[in-house]
Design a protein around this ligand. Structure first.
Ligand code: MN
Length: 512
């Protein structure tokens, strides 16, 4: 009998703490719906005390999601726990995740509290959280650098106070697998009431060991893994969900474990998160990278053709990468589009469907085959970004070897039409100068990158920009069959994200 590993997804909380990955509420709801379909056990929806925007987003997710547990993060302080409790209490299955540091270095320099004071606070905090919901997770921040004996005392007290999950985070990504396995074993063997709680781990990838550490912890008895789609998260990121899930799926023979994740939905979830956050997946990323299933070497190709399992340990179809997926085109109607959208997990209103269909027709005039990636980009740009400050109405650019690159752009700024023309070193520079000129933006362009959204010469260009304004950083992303237009869309998207950050100031404290 295989044992289940609970998947606790923190894409919307720790993932959102990746620099520039701020998402608006509509985008978070879209990801939450995807996570629910994917079969995650717990969705950590945000940090309700961090900002009003975060609170509202967590509450909306709590209202929407039925199948997964919806969790809000809180420090051990009463005001944090109240905020988290108020935000999640409407959920079908609410949960509060509260944390406090237990390492000497954090106690001494950050909290300036004694071990006994922290222990008391942990008990009070868990009891407070229990007033809101039955499911309460307690995390010992910086556990991997804490005194194990003290760690067990805190966990014992937290479980006695009502914690149903205790979490051992490697907050700073410092642990080594064999060492982390020992720590989890120690906790399992030295916390007298450990059988009354599920043991969870939360690993960071600073040394590239997040997945390895999580698996080592599972071997020692942990039964919940905290992770994010594409491994996004603070600094080098978190344990990546697709890696931990596919390791368990592929090596079930050795591990004798399972998860309830519907693996066929992994690839589309990965695409959705990268499209929304603007954080691209590196090509050599395990499981979901563009090269993960590509066999370039001649010898391997020969083997794969004779029998895929000679060199492929997983089938691309298992993560939802299918070579024979339905392709839409010029003659596809509204019904075919809606069917494909539903298969991809998008349930749109009639108005939204009309918008996407209009853009779909425009794109199919320029591009022969409309692939899933194209459809996702159409939804992201046509539906998710509707309530924005800046909107690109049209762009016209002239460039070449004998003309000064010039862009003429019309934009709507809060429904006011503005138009402008500027020169530049090249067509993209001219477009950006024009956008800056007509919006009065004072942001700085930190990075610009372009890639092809799909294969083929008529592929849409996909542009990502990184903008900075007064310490705020936002990523913008745009796609179009014209790369100059894609660049302008990305820049405008980045400006909208900066506006969102200005309107929703987030003061995120240090978290696990
Ligand atoms: Mn974390």
């Amino acid at each position: 009998m295989t044992e289940k590993i609970y998947i606790f997804d923190t894409t919307l909380r720790d993932g959102e703490q990746s620099p520039g990955a701020t998402m608006n509420t509509a985008e978070k709801l879209r990801i939450a719906a995807k996570l629910e379909k994917l079969g995650v056990d717990i969705i950590e929806a945000g940090f309700p005390c961090a900002s009003k925007g975060d609170f509202d987003a967590v509450r909306k997710i709590a209202e929407q999601v039925k199948e997964s547990i919806v969790c809000g993060l809180a420090r051990i302080t009463p005001s944090d726990i109240t905020a988290a409790g108020e935000a999640v209490k409407v959920a079908a299955q609410p949960m509060i995740h509260t944390f406090v540091s237990t390492s000497d270095i954090h106690l001494q320099y950050q909290l300036k509290l004694t071990k006994e004071q922290v222990l008391e606070n942990a008990i009070k905090g868990v009891k407070h959280a229990k007033n809101y919901c039955d499911k309460v997770e307690f995390s010992a921040m910086d556990a991997s650098r804490s005194d194990p004996e003290y760690l067990c005392r805190v966990f014992e007290a937290a479980i006695k106070a009502g914690a149903t999950i205790i979490n051992i985070p490697d907050t700073v990504g410092y642990a080594i697998p064999s060492e982390f396995e020992k720590l989890v074993s120690y906790v399992m063997n030295h916390t007298p009431n450990i059988d009354k709680a599920i043991v969870s781990v939360h690993c960071h990838n600073d040394l590239g060991l997040a997945t390895a550490n999580s698996l080592a912890a599972v071997k020692a008895g942990a039964r919940q893994v905290e992770c994010t789609i594409n491994g996004i998260g603070e600094r080098a990121g978190n344990t990546s969900m697709e890696e931990i899930v596919m390791a368990i799926h592929t090596r079930g023979d050795y591990l004798n474990l399972r998860t309830d994740i519907i693996t066929e939905k992994i690839y589309s979830a990965s695409r959705l998160v990268s499209t929304i956050t603007g954080i691209m997946v590196q090509p050599n990323k395990a499981i979901v990278g563009a090269n993960a299933f590509a066999h370039e070497s001649g010898i391997h190709q020969d083997g794969v053709l004779k029998n895929p399992m000679t060199y492929e340990i997983m089938k691309p179809e298992t993560i939802g990468l299918s070579s024979n997926h339905i392709v839409l085109g010029k003659h596809s109607g509204r019904h075919a589009l809606r069917t494909r959208l539903e298969e991809l997990g998008y349930k749109l209103t009639l108005d939204e469907l009309n918008t996407v269909f209009e853009n779909f027709k425009a794109l199919s005039d320029k591009k022969k085959e409309i692939l899933d990636e194209d459809i996702e980009a159409l939804v992201t740009e046509g539906v998710l970004r509707s309530a924005e400050v800046f909107k690109l109405d049209y762009i016209q650019v002239s460039s070449g070897s004998t003309v000064i690159p010039t862009a003429t752009i019309e934009m709507s700024i809060k429904d006011r039409k503005v138009r402008g023309t500027c020169h530049g070193n090249g067509p993209i520079d001219a477009a950006f100068n024009t956008i800056v000129d007509i919006t009065g933006a004072s942001s700085e362009l930190l990075r610009f990158s372009i890639s092809a959204l799909t294969g083929g010469a008529d592929a849409q260009g996909e542009v990502t920009v990184r903008l900075r304004e007064k310490g705020l950083i936002a990523l913008g992303r745009g796609s179009d069959s014209d790369i100059i237009t894609a660049s302008a869309k990305a820049y405008v998207n980045g400006l909208n994200r900066l506006e969102y950050l200005k309107a929703n100031p987030v003061n995120t404290p240090e978290t696990i």
